[in-house]
Design a protein. Structure first.
Length: 499
């Protein structure tokens, strides 16, 4: 079935109090998607963010981001007052996120709400914690981070860093209230998310979640499961993840995530990955896995390197991992993010899993003349796509289409114009033509970032890889999602059979 959807992170929703969240604006966005004839809402990872505020670097692969808890809902529960929330300074610009202000003010308000919960909520939190096996360790991890002024667990005392049983037992006693606070945040997060997802599904809107293949170095996952990662006897990583040098970066990309010890995972029947995917299947209708190539081969960089120049490719678990998942969980709705330099073995793995992969319209035009063979070899051109794929104009890591037009090479722009049979057109007109090209493509699924529908420039870009400070900050403002835009989106969806 041909369908379409919109890419918009939770944090980019409009609304009060500094960041997009599970507020009434999220429900309004679902209504907008319904009116626009869309089927999918794709979001970015929703875990608690760590260094750099990136959703791809989270303190836990199982936990949710407390920033997304709707404060207005807490007001309705009489755990906070309007005056308390409006008196908190959480940023001065409606279209930008001030993470420093959020860290100070939003957590202060959440602690205040926690101090006011009654025995009924405490019982619900306790029941929730008993159902979620990961939660006690995560809550302790966060309590200990607070006790160490936010420092990485690699700097903690050895007995805590290495999880000495007596030290862990004592910490659970010493930090019982703080552990309760973090358990409450997760209870409230998942309660609110469940309500939002159920509302979306009732409107026939499905959620595409997004998970990074790797886990953050400073995370409860690594702290609790060091044997599942490439670590030495002192609990330190021996190798980390990244990408080798290429045409975009002469130093490569140093991600710094600990690498999986795949033989250890295999020995346990891939139980940790199965638990992870089981949880994701509860949260989302479809799961996009970032850097799918890493399951075939992964780039291993010696720990301590400052860049990714030195490294080597190692063999991943391949199809065996997904076979194990299928045996335990049944069929999973997964999108394989297979962008970048893709080898024949990666292509085969994607084919063997049967998962749809990704095609990006911004990558479709490499500036070569048709006689040079560009049309034959560029997988991102519409006529080279098969049906089992997801076409995007761009992703959160790319420029917006409008911004791309400012920076794309002349040869690539000329090729795009030839392909669409246009000689002169306004920038907004070009963006709309590219969107139409994606929607009309053979791909079964088409996802368009909302910034492209709005013809916004790179001021609305979500992320520029390998940079810090300006990413993950852009937000919609009230009034940008109009009935006129919904009607235009519905027209295109109907025209090209995507509903």
């Amino acid at each position: 079935m041909r369908s379409s959807g919109v890419l918009l992170p939770i944090f980019s929703l409009p609304g009060k109090y500094g960041i997009g969240c599970f507020s009434k604006e999220a429900y309004k966005f679902v209504d907008f998607l319904k009116k626009a004839g869309q089927t999918y809402w794709q979001i970015l990872p929703i875990g608690p963010t760590s260094y750099g505020d990136s959703p791809y670097q989270s303190f836990s692969t199982f936990a949710g981001n407390p920033y997304f808890i709707d404060l207005e809902n807490l007001i309705e529960q009489k755990l906070l007052t309007v005056e308390e929330c409006e008196g908190a300074s959480m940023g001065n610009r409606a279209n930008d996120i001030d993470y420093g202000a959020l860290y100070n003010e939003r957590f202060r308000l959440l602690r205040l709400a926690y101090s006011r919960i009654d025995f009924v909520i405490k019982k619900k939190v306790s029941d929730f914690a008993n159902q979620e096996e990961w939660l006690e360790d995560y809550a302790l991890f966060m309590a200990l981070k607070d006790a160490h002024d936010g420092a990485s667990f690699f700097t903690w005392e050895d007995e805590l860093r290495l999880r000495d049983a007596a030290a862990i037992a004592k910490a659970k006693e010493d930090y019982a209230d703080e552990i309760g606070f973090y358990q409450y945040l997760q209870y409230e997060f998942f309660r609110q998310w469940k309500e939002l997802k159920e509302y979306a599904n009732k409107q026939d809107i499905k959620i595409i979640g997004d998970i990074p293949i790797y886990i953050a170095e400073d995370s409860a996952d690594v702290w609790c499961n060091p044997k599942l990662f490439q670590m030495d006897e002192n609990g330190r990583p021996t190798a980390v993840a990244g990408c080798p040098p290429d045409a975009f970066s002469e130093l490569g990309q140093m991600w710094g995530n600990p690498l999986y010890d795949w033989p250890a995972h295999k020995k346990e029947g891939y139980a940790w990955w199965i638990r992870r995917m089981e949880k994701c299947s509860e949260l989302y209708d479809v799961i996009r896995i970032d850097h799918f190539r890493g399951f075939d081969e992964y780039y291993s960089i010696p720990y301590g390197r400052k860049d990714a120049v030195v490294g080597q490719w190692e063999k991943g678990p391949g199809l065996e991992l997904f076979t194990a998942m299928k045996e335990k969980l049944g069929e999973l709705n997964i999108i394989a993010e297979d962008l970048g330099y893709i080898t024949p073995t990666v292509r085969q793995l994607v084919k063997d899993t049967g998962f749809p992969n990704m095609k990006i319209m911004e990558f479709a035009f490499d500036g070569r003349e048709p006689k040079e063979g560009g049309a034959k070899t560029n997988d991102y051109l519409p006529f080279n796509m098969d049906h089992n794929c997801v076409v995007y104009t761009g992703t959160h890591d790319n420029e917006t289409l409008y911004g791309w037009l400012d920076n794309v090479g002349k040869a690539s722009l000329a090729e795009a114009k030839r392909f669409m049979d246009i000689k002169w057109i306004t920038k907004k007109g070009f963006v709309k033509k590219m969107i139409r090209l994606a929607i009309s493509s053979p791909a079964n699924y088409c996802i368009i970032p909302i910034q492209d529908y709005l013809c916004l420039g790179n001021e609305a870009r979500i992320n520029e890889p390998s940079t810090l400070g300006t990413n993950w900050r852009w937000r919609l403002v009230e009034g940008q999602l109009t009935d006129k835009l919904a009607d235009e989106m519905l027209y295109l969806a109907n025209l090209f059979g995507r509903n």
